[in-house]
Design a protein around this ligand. Structure first.
Ligand code: FES
Length: 129
């Protein structure tokens, strides 16, 4: 059911854990399956210098978080925001259709962490009213 990439990132997750001095934190959950993902970012000069995740969820969610953190490390915030759940799924050599929502969690987690960073910086986009 899962590609080799998914199995690899599930068995040997990259960037698992939490950045102690993170300046962007995103926590998202999927109410349907109950899975939770927490992404912590260290951002310097508009660039993601470190990204880590903690995911309480299924194999696809763990593999997606692992791959997503790999994809956004070293990227600028705008580049990271352009990483879609489809890009994560493609990098994993595909996910079964019923597991695509697990990669959505990763995309949402990244967006939330970057929003949180921007809110801390007082950027207008994230002020939210
Ligand atoms: Fe919900 Fe995978 S089953 S995130």
């Amino acid at each position: 059911m899962y590609s080799e990439q998914v199995m690899d990132h599930f068995m040997n997750p990259r960037n698992m854990g939490e950045i102690p001095d993170a300046n962007g934190v995103g926590e998202v959950g999927n109410p349907t399956c109950g899975d939770i993902m927490r992404i912590t970012l260290r951002i310097e000069d508009d660039r993601i210098v470190d990204a880590k995740f903690k995911t309480f969820g299924c194999a696809a969610a763990i593999a997606s978080s692992s791959m997503a953190t790999e994809l956004i490390r070293g990227k600028t915030l705008d580049e990271a925001l352009a990483v879609t759940n489809r890009a994560v799924a493609e990098a994993l050599e595909g996910l079964p259709p019923q597991k695509l929502h697990c990669s959505v969690l990763a995309e949402e987690g990244i967006h939330k962490a970057i929003d949180d960073y921007r809110a801390r910086q007082g950027a207008p986009e994230a002020s939210g009213g």
